[in-house]
Ligand binder design. Structure first.
Ligand code: FE2
Length: 299
């Protein structure tokens, strides 16, 4: 894996870090043709974590948990970001795109007015682990042309802090390093952090952006003393006057490096109308999406 090694710049220290608002365990569920996963960001959190609509975490060594994959299905009105930590998934869509998502790679797909695609495992054994995030589009972009990019692991900018924290910048900016994807309007930040025991990490973040951290190995601690164990999401408070966040890998995680994803974005503050894989602003737009899909003109 030959990741690009951009140079990080010195960042002003975070003076007023955000507090942790609450911890969320997520819900065990299955989706697609029976893929077992944990829905970490559920529909009831869409307003609180605007512009994010969903976060699924999947991870299993058992082929039965993932082998059925996600056969052909539609999307309209938002973006899907799939981050594969381990495993291989083949993607095909109605625009004729095809790609293989492998270890450490990201697929960023903007459904816009409509995409019909399949996401199917290209392995019959071994581990499959990763995340799928749904990021909303502003109303004026919901019917834009679809777009998609496969980002192999080596094209995701990565740097190491003095404290030894490895930061993979999937979207947004961290310590002066631009991520693989930038977006207007929602300004998403998507970092994958690998922290040795006790290592501290700071990230500047505008007070009004909604933010959360999901720990998938080890444990994190926040300056308030709040500990976030693995398989938990911490929703970060929009603490008045805050200029960022400070977190630290728990000191007792020597045997397991702590790994977490940090996700933040600028809220759209628009009405959210969702019907399964369609996310629009109004009920009428949802009805139109279903009609278009049934009439074969969605994508
Ligand atoms: Fe999908």
């Amino acid at each position: 894996m030959s990741s690009s090694k951009p140079q990080a710049s010195v960042q002003a220290p975070v003076r007023t870090p955000r507090a942790v608002e609450r911890l969320v365990a997520g819900q065990a569920t299955s989706d697609g043709a029976g893929v077992k996963l944990t829905r970490v960001l559920t529909q009831d959190l869409q307003r609180r974590l605007d512009p994010f609509l969903m976060l699924d975490a999947f991870g299993s060594d058992k082929a039965d948990d993932y082998i059925a994959g996600f056969p052909s299905h539609p999307h309209r009105g938002f973006e899907t970001v799939t981050y594969m930590l381990e495993g291989r998934m083949r993607h095909r869509d109605s625009a004729g795109n095809e790609g293989l998502l492998g270890n450490g790679g990201v697929q960023w797909m903007t459904a816009g007015r409509g995409v019909i695609h399949s996401e199917l495992p290209e392995q019959e054994e071994g581990r499959m682990e990763g995340f799928q995030l749904w990021l909303n589009l502003p109303g004026h972009d919901k019917m834009r042309a679809p777009w998609y990019r496969d980002i192999p692991s080596g094209e995701i900018p990565e740097f190491q802090t003095e404290a030894g924290v490895t930061v993979r910048v999937i979207a947004g900016h961290s310590h002066g390093v631009a991520g693989a994807v930038q977006r207007e309007h929602t300004e998403p930040l998507y970092l994958d952090l690998h922290l040795p025991a006790g290592a501290r990490f700071e990230q500047a973040l505008p007070e009004g952006h909604n933010a959360f951290v999901y720990v998938y190995r080890g444990a994190l601690e926040f300056p308030s003393g709040c500990r976030v164990p693995a398989q938990r999401m911490a929703i970060l408070a929009n603490t008045p006057g805050s200029d960022g966040l400070v977190l630290q890998a728990a000191a007792d995680t020597v045997d397991t490096a702590t790994r977490a994803i940090l996700i933040a974005g600028r809220p759209l503050r628009e009405p959210i109308a969702q019907h399964g894989p369609f996310v629009m602003n109004t009920h009428e737009e949802l009805v139109q999406a279903v009609r278009d899909y049934q009439a074969g003109v969605l994508a």
